[in-house]
Design a protein around this ligand. Structure first.
Ligand SMILES: Cc1cc2nc3c(=O)[nH]c(=O)nc-3n(C[C@H](O)[C@H](O)[C@H](O)COP(=O)(O)OP(=O)(O)OC[C@H]3O[C@@H](n4cnc5c(N)ncnc54)[C@H](O)[C@@H]3O)c2cc1C
Length: 448
């Protein structure tokens, strides 16, 4: 049985909150291996409806391709997953026509990024010095962005959305990937596709099913505990990292009416910390951000009010196989410093779009063809990894020597042309990347 029409198996509004720390991608179901109830034929099977997968689905649909997107969650109301967008990603979303709608759901602009030590601003990254119109950091909750992208995709009748459905296997023939098996609320499906795109995040199931190895690099000294506090008054337009209380703390205004806090702790140190109990953790957080101490005491009742981010970098050993491409976090994972994950995910989607269309036109989905994506993106991604490691060393090291030399080092660095060019790189990523709008098919982009 074939199906090429638009189809949704689960609305994107049901509530299924997940704990990111438990998101290991390990399969727990009993039904894997049962035969599929329905076969779907499509051009591209995109696995994962995060920023990478949904952006890619949209550009492919606008180019007239058939896309089936499989998303494990039934809802975008997910655990906090980061919401700071750099100007490069913001500009791409704008040129896709999704930025305004996503922002109407709620967002907040930040003009600068500051590193603060005992009241002194050591580093001041002023985004207003960059060329406009997107010369700011944009705090936008991921559900706002994802919901908007999905609604644009749903306007296309060549789109099949399988929400609340997860990929459990790959269809393979002669060593090439030909599709995916999935199951969920709508039953079990076999999706036969020209190409499968794994956009299913840092613990990618597709990557594992494809037998592609992953190298995890524990190159960061800190993990992060995230939580949100209520805030009154006009929200500040600055993202700040405070170094005062031992463990660096990140704070920024987040919509609606809140302040997002990321308190760093030694890498892999959570178990020992948690064993001391919630009051011990609260005391440390209060010492680091005394201005929020009352709110921390009032609002954090249990350790479950905090979301742990295991911070690591890493990468898939290969980003392509015959019939398969990995993009976003499934191909390369980044630490949160410098807010790059969403940016890079969107940029990957935009970069792989013309390559996938050319592959479809020529009916060639061999790794040798799809490898153009690796060549296009590898240098930018690797360079961003290096920048993040340098940022982490300069800004977050907590040793006595680091604290001693940091003010002088920060002064020198912030006045140097290297810093200005680094800020540009952090903000825009690959400056040559554009949406290939010339590939869009008139009429394929349905009006709202
Ligand atoms: C706590 C936290 C804070 C962060 N802060 C920032 C920040 O401020 N700025 C920034 O740029 N980045 C930040 N990041 C990183 C950023 O969230 C990711 O880099 C980005 O979301 C990657 O996008 P993606 O589409 O590749 O993957 P994801 O966003 O991880 O999306 C993958 C999708 O695949 C789905 N999926 C997984 N397995 C399956 C399966 N078997 N079948 C079907 N679907 C599946 C998942 O449900 C998910 O929706 C943060 C991350 C975390 C966890």
């Amino acid at each position: 049985m074939t199906d090429t029409g638009r189809h949704t198996t689960a609305g994107p509004t049901a509530d299924t909150r997940r704990d990111i720390t438990a998101d290991t991608g390990v399969d727990t179901d009993q039904d894997v291996g049962k035969s599929p109830e329905r076969q779907i034929e499509t051009d591209f099977c995109v696995v994962g409806g995060g920023p990478a997968g949904l952006t890619l689905a949209l550009v492919l649909l606008r180019s007239g391709a058939r896309v089936t997107l499989v998303e494990r969650a039934s809802s975008f109301d997910r655990e906090y997953r980061g919401e700071i967008l750099q100007p490069g990603g913001t500009a791409l979303l704008d040129s896709l026509g999704v930025l305004a709608g996503a922002r109407e759901r709620g967002s907040h602009e930040h003009d600068r990024f500051q590193l603060v030590d005992r009241g002194r601003v050591l580093l001041d990254g002023d985004y207003r010095r960059l060329p406009g119109p997107h010369n700011h950091l944009l705090a936008i909750p991921q559900p706002h962005l994802l919901q908007e992208l999905l609604e644009h995709c749903l306007r296309h009748d060549r789109f099949t959305y399988l929400g609340g459905t997860r990929v459990t296997g790959l269809l393979e023939e002669d060593g090439a990937v030909r599709g995916a098996l999935c199951e969920g609320r709508g039953g079990r499906h076999a999706i036969v596709a020209h190409c499968v795109v794994g956009a299913d995040g840092r613990y990618s199931k597709v990557r594992r099913l494809a037998g592609i190895g992953y190298t995890r690099l524990d190159v960061f000294d800190q993990d992060v505990l995230w939580f949100k506090l209520p805030a009154a008054g006009a929200p500040p337009r600055v993202v700040r990292v405070f170094l005062d209380g031992g463990n660096p703390v990140l704070t920024y205004a987040s919509v609606p009416d809140g302040v997002q806090v990321g308190w760093t702790l030694p890498h892999k140190g959570y178990a020992a910390l948690a064993a001391e109990g919630v009051d011990h953790v609260k005391r440390q957080i209060c010492a680091a951000i005394p201005e929020y101490a009352d709110l921390v005491r009032e609002r954090i009742g249990a350790l479950t009010d905090l979301t742990l981010l295991d911070v690591f970098a890493g990468g898939a050993d290969r980003w392509v196989r015959d019939g398969l491409v990995l993009i976003g976090d499934s191909a390369h994972t980044h630490g949160p410093i410098g807010a790059q994950g969403i940016n890079l995910a969107i940029q990957d989607a935009v970069a792989v779009h013309p390559i996938l269309l050319a592959s479809l036109r020529s009916r060639d989905a061999r790794a040798s063809f799809l490898g153009a994506f690796t060549l296009r993106r590898r240098p930018s991604v690797d360079s961003m990894t290096r920048i993040q490691r340098a940022q982490s060393r300069v800004m977050l090291s907590t040793g006595g020597f680091a604290s001693m030399v940091r003010p002088a080092l920060a002064r020198v660095v912030s006045r140097s042309p290297v810093y200005r060019s680094m800020l540009k790189k952090i903000a825009y990523g690959d400056p040559g990347l554009r949406v290939s709008a010339e590939l869009f098919v008139p009429g394929a982009a349905s009006p709202a």
